[in-house]
Design a binder for this molecule. Structure first.
Ligand SMILES: C[S@@+](CC[C@H](N)C(=O)[O-])C[C@H]1O[C@@H](n2cnc3c(N)ncnc32)[C@H](O)[C@@H]1O
Length: 395
């Protein structure tokens, strides 16, 4: 290889997130450019090998090491350099050392762990996180096994079965088609606590990654225009899961009184909300039933409408519209707005996964306008997160 290519390789291989000093847009542009380089350099045979052969088996190896408690034990041992023999002794039940050797060789070859010598490995930032439940990475791996994996495998068969119509039926979904009990996604989560836990872990990890909404939406004017006397409510977070978004709002406005923030989700979901501020009222509620909190300053939905096709989303909007106070209440929808061009792979993946799991979709600006106007609302402004992922639609 020529000297300048070697120099370029050497400097690129030293890059870390810290080199971008919190400039997320630049970091993401760099990743996208690096992926284009890989695409340009790979032959078709290498590409098909990677997508069809490498990626599925790498995932299996990750899950097996989660099941064997290997990541957890290795992280507890500070991720220190270990031999295959030592690592296989950490597994429970104790696995055959040669089985572990072969899995680790695969994971070393794709950079999940680092090979430092013959049969010897050290941990990486990612493998350490795989062994730390607080990072929510093990739960996220489990979530693919519980939910995404079979849904993705079934989608081609399901689409052929329904004549390649765009899935729009929230009940007769691809998920229900493959699920042994024929349940839909959220019903399966309610029926099987382990499935709810893995989904909650994945979603909490993803919520942590997102830019907090009070950083790109003007929450100050929301608070200043609110009447919080006599138990007035500032914000109801509908489908708010474990309350991360209300916590972020409270962190920005710590002066808010108790009761000003209301977290709503299904009972099986809000029961998992731990360590919330006492200022946040937790209200188990099914959003398909009439909204119990009337005249709040804001009704906030984050990544909720992307779970539902328009016909169902309209029912939810109707329930909220019925309790909003004219000229005072605001509807805030924090979700992806698919751009006309240049959709990121994160946004496009979310869109097609929503098809596979829920017969749902991400929406373009005109799709949002149609949905919102069909329920008698009007978009006032779309606030972008500045990172090219989500936007806050203020109505
Ligand atoms: C994709 S998650 C988004 C959670 C959270 N807003 C966030 O952004 O992290 C969708 C949420 O809608 C909730 N959900 C589903 N069906 C619901 C229903 N009928 N009533 C209330 N919440 C529901 C789920 O439990 C889940 O927490």
């Amino acid at each position: 290889m020529s000297g300048d290519k070697l120099e370029l390789l050497a400097s690129l291989s030293k890059l870390s997130p810290e080199d971008f000093e919190g400039n997320e847009v630049e970091r993401l542009q760099f990743i996208s450019a690096a992926q284009k380089v890989v695409n340009a350099l790979q032959t078709n045979e290498e590409k098909v090998y990677d997508v069809t052969f490498t990626q599925p088996i790498v995932f299996s190896a990750l899950q097996i090491c989660v099941d064997l408690g290997l990541w957890e034990a290795w992280t507890a041992a500070a991720g220190n350099t270990k031999t295959v023999e030592e690592l296989s002794k950490m597994t429970k039940p104790q696995a055959d050392p040669n089985l572990i050797r072969r899995l680790l060789r695969l994971l070393g070859s794709v950079g999940i762990i680092q090979e430092v010598g013959e049969d010897t490995y050290s941990a990486t930032r990612f493998s350490l996180a795989l062994g730390d439940k607080n990072s929510l990475m093990p739960q996220s791996i489990q979530c693919r096994t519980h939910h995404w994996q079979d849904g993705c495998v079934n989608l081609p068969k399901y689409l052929a079965k329904i004549g390649y119509k765009e899935p729009q039926d929230a009940k007769d979904s691809n998920y229900a088609d493959w699920c042994p009990e024929k349940l839909n996604f959220f019903d399966k989560c309610v029926a099987a606590p382990a499935y709810q836990d893995s989904f909650s872990g994945f979603m909490t990890a993803w919520a942590k990654y997102k830019l907090p909404w009070p950083e790109f939406y003007d929450t100050k004017s929301l608070v200043e225009g609110a009447d919080l006397t006599d138990g007035g409510v500032l914000c109801v977070d509908i489908g708010g899961h474990h309350g991360v978004d209300l916590t972020r709002l409270l962190n920005k406005h710590p002066e808010l009184p108790a009761g000003a923030l209301v977290l709503e989700d299904l009972p099986e979901v809000v029961s998992g909300a731990k360590g919330l501020s006492e200022k946040i009222t937790v209200l188990p509620h099914d959003m398909f039933k009439p909204q119990p909190v009337k005249g709040s300053r804001a009704y906030y939905f984050h990544a909720v409408f992307h779970d539902w096709p328009d016909a169902v989303a309209l029912e939810v909007l109707k329930n909220v519209g019925a309790v909003m106070k004219k000229g005072y209440s605001k509807l805030l929808i924090n979700d992806i707005v698919i751009p006309p061009t240049g959709t990121s792979s994160i946004q496009a993946t979310m869109d097609v996964e929503m098809m596979a799991i829920l017969s749902a979709y991400e929406r373009t600006e005109s799709m949002w306008t149609n949905l919102v106007t069909s329920s008698g609302f009007k978009i006032i402004k779309i606030w972008k997160d500045g990172r090219g992922n989500e936007s806050l639609i203020s109505i």
